[in-house]
Design a protein around this ligand. Sequence first.
Ligand SMILES: [Fe+2]
Length: 238
Amino acid sequence: MFECAQNFFENFASYYLKMEENSEGESYFFKYRHTYDVVDYMKQLVRDKKEKDLYLTVAIFHDLGRFRQKEKYQAYNDYQTKFDHAEESVFILKENNWFLKNHVSLKEEQMLCFAISSHNKYQVEPGSKEEVELAGALRDADKLAVLKRPCYISNPIGEVSDEVYEMILQHKLVPHALIKTNADYALTEIAYIFDLVLPRSFEILREDNHLDLRFDLLKGSKRYEDIKCVINDYLSSH
Ligand SMILES: [Fe+2]
């Protein structure tokens, strides 16, 4: 299944990549590369060979909708564009009859759609054990891939807002609506650790020193030491 999924993804992405003259910043290529980062992390998170095909397929498909989002709005922010790129990814697969053409069982189709739809939500909706596990692995791989790249914010960094700080103390993801400053943005990405579910994801996080870059950005903040303590305590307990 993954080979067919990769062929579809390559074909779909190539239409957008061909239009692009500059692959800097938030380009189509940026999302193309992110997709393969998520696939690579999924390879590390998958527990047995039986799961591999489905897990890699969900990874390569999860952000198909990003290409249309950028084409329409020249931006990748769901909150600002009011465009749900995850639902668009599912729509693209259905529009192309991908499941039918590739003889995917109804159960696997439902699992893939559930996980793709869930990957950008604040939390995973109730579902079957297998659906929730697949969605959890995708959300972990996606967050590890985001943390792997630099944090694209510029000076002034500003201070961490009270409401964002409160979310950190409660070990919660920060909703986009609360982001007011660049410091909030950097911290929002650090707070991804509160959503990780798989023990292997925490190991990868430690091995790759994923958070250091973002902590460096927050060094000027008055709450830097307190925040670092909360995050380190959380990490050492997982
Ligand atoms: Fe996404």
